[in-house]
Design a protein around this ligand. Structure first.
Ligand code: SME
Length: 160
C-alpha cells in the first residue's frame, strides 16, 4: 500500500469518508501496533478534512492520557467523567457537541475549538481510548461523522 491518500477534494464529506475508510483499512492492515495505527488515522483525518484537532486519548491507570494527534498542543490528562472526552469514556458512548460553550465542564484545550465529536474505542467491552475531533466551526459534526468515524474505529478493533 502506498502511503498516500487519494481523495477527490470536490466531493461531499460523506463521499470523502467512503473513499477514505478502505484506504485507512489498507494503511493499517497487518500492522498490529495500536499507536502507529492511531497516528496514521489522526494524520489521514486531518489531511482529508482539515479538522482543527484530531487525536486519541488512551485509558491509562484510570485516566485518559494524550495519544497520537494532529493539531495544536493539547491537555495531557483527563479524569473519568470530565469534559467531553471523560464523559464519552464514562458513558461508553459517542458524544456530539454542536457548541462547546453549551457543554457543562467542556475542557477548552484550545479557545478556537467551537464544536466537537468524541467516540469511545471499545475492545472486549471496555473503553480503551477515545477519538476526539474538534472544529473551529459551530455545529460541524453530525450522524455522518459518527457513522464513518465509528467505521474507522472498528478497523482498529478488528486489526488486533
Ligand atoms: N475538549 C475536550 C478536551 C480535549 S481537547 O479538545 C483536544 C474535552 O472537553 O474533553
Amino acid at each position: 500500500m502506498s502511503e498516500e491518500l487519494y481523495i477527490d477534494k470536490n466531493s461531499s464529506r460523506e463521499e470523502k469518508y467512503k473513499s477514505l475508510v478502505p484506504q485507512i483499512q489498507a494503511l493499517i492492515s497487518g500492522e498490529p501496533d495500536l499507536i502507529a495505527n492511531m497516528a496514521n488515522i489522526s494524520a489521514a483525518l486531518k489531511e482529508v478534512f482539515a479538522f482543527w484537532w484530531v487525536g486519541f486519548y488512551l485509558v491509562k491507570n484510570n485516566e485518559l492520557v494524550l495519544g497520537p494527534f494532529q493539531g495544536p498542543v493539547a491537555c495531557t490528562r483527563i479524569a473519568l467523567g470530565k469534559g467531553v472526552c471523560g464523559s464519552s469514556w464514562k458513558e461508553a458512548k459517542t458524544i456530539i457537541v454542536p457548541d462547546v460553550d453549551q457543554f457543562p465542564g467542556h475542557i477548552a484545550c484550545s479557545s478556537a475549538s467551537r464544536s466537537e465529536i468524541v467516540l469511545p474505542l471499545i475492545i472486549n467491552n471496555e473503553v480503551i481510548a477515545v477519538l476526539d475531533v474538534d472544529s473551529e466551526h459551530l455545529n460541524h459534526f453530525d450522524s455522518i461523522d459518527e457513522l464513518y468515524l465509528n467505521n474507522i474505529l472498528n478497523l482498529l478493533t478488528n486489526n488486533e
